[in-house]
Design a protein around this ligand. Structure first.
Ligand code: PGA
Length: 277
């Protein structure tokens, strides 16, 4: 994993947006894996700015969201479809018919919705970059603790702590779903590159368990340790419990020194000299 620790949440959002910009610039038909929640909102706002001010086009980009609630109409303001339209899709030129969420109602056949979602990802050539947040309990998507580390897209019943964390999006007395369809951990691990972002002290323990803890279904995000290319961007608060925090910072300083040495001609070599993941 490449662990980048920056001063604050705004820098996390800027760096995340920059990684997406680079990908879409070099691959206009990029396939993005998208996340909802509070963490990516500021990054999506930067992408809208980059689209408007610098002309980055998403016309040929496809987006697959990690998850969607079951039991809400897709036009309900709390559905993840509405969240994505509001936070990103309405502000850029992506074709809505190129955006996919694992949406299903109780009347649908869950298994066929899930396999159609996975087949569509495959038909698009797979996900180039998967964006992830992390839950306080270590979940990625709605893969709650003890999810199978090789799970595929399916329905999960949410844990009480997840429901409490997300209750801020629902008015008192309003129906809050307790089930969702989510990409599985195995599905997520098939993405070419994974970008996990976390901010705030309340994520510090989950971040430590994911990066430095044992590989365990109790912390679904620890499965990312198995992936060949993961970038983690953290603010200082969410990095607080990392035992090797100073080492991650030191590696990044050394990588920057190497880049400077190459660009000023002080050493022969190329940009691949910095540490590989
Ligand atoms: P958050 O949620 O970004 O709202 O903190 C992240 C998650 O639960 O995956």
């Amino acid at each position: 994993m490449k662990v980048l620790i920056v001063e604050n949440a705004d820098l996390v959002a800027q760096m995340g947006a920059e990684i997406i910009r680079e990908l879409v610039d070099s691959k206009p038909k990029a396939v993005l894996g998208l996340a909802t929640g509070s963490t990516p909102i500021a990054m999506y706002a930067y992408l809208v700015q980059i689209h408007k001010l610098r002309g980055l086009s998403f016309k040929e980009v496809s987006g697959f969201n990690l998850d969607e609630y079951i039991g809400l109409e897709s036009d309900s303001p709390q559905s993840y479809r509405s969240f994505m339209n509001r936070s990103l899709f309405d502000g850029i030129d992506i074709g809505l018919n190129n955006t996919y969420l694992p949406s299903c109602g109780y009347e649908d056949d869950f298994n066929s919705v899930a396999s159609e979602f996975e087949n569509t990802i495959r038909a698009k050539g797979g996900i180039d970059l998967q964006i992830l947040g992390i839950g306080r309990n270590g979940h990625i998507g709605f893969n709650e603790p003890i999810s199978s580390l090789s799970s595929r897209t399916r329905v999960k019943t949410l844990r009480q702590d997840t429901i409490e964390d997300n209750s801020r999006f629902f008015d008192e007395g309003e129906f809050q779903p307790f089930q969702a369809m989510t990409m599985g951990i195995g599905t997520i691990l098939e993405a070419e590159h994974i970008l996990l972002m976390a901010t705030g002290l309340e994520k510090a323990k989950a971040v430590r368990d994911a990066i430095e803890g044992p590989l365990s279904a109790m912390c679904p995000a620890s499965a990312l340790q198995l992936h060949k290319k993961v970038t983690v961007i953290l603010d200082e608060a969410s990095a607080q419990e990392l035992e090797n925090k100073n080492y991650y910072k030191w590696v990044n300083e050394k990588n920057k020194e190497l880049e400077a040495m190459v660009s000023t001609g002080h050493t022969r070599g190329n940009s691949c000299m910095s540490e590989q993941l």
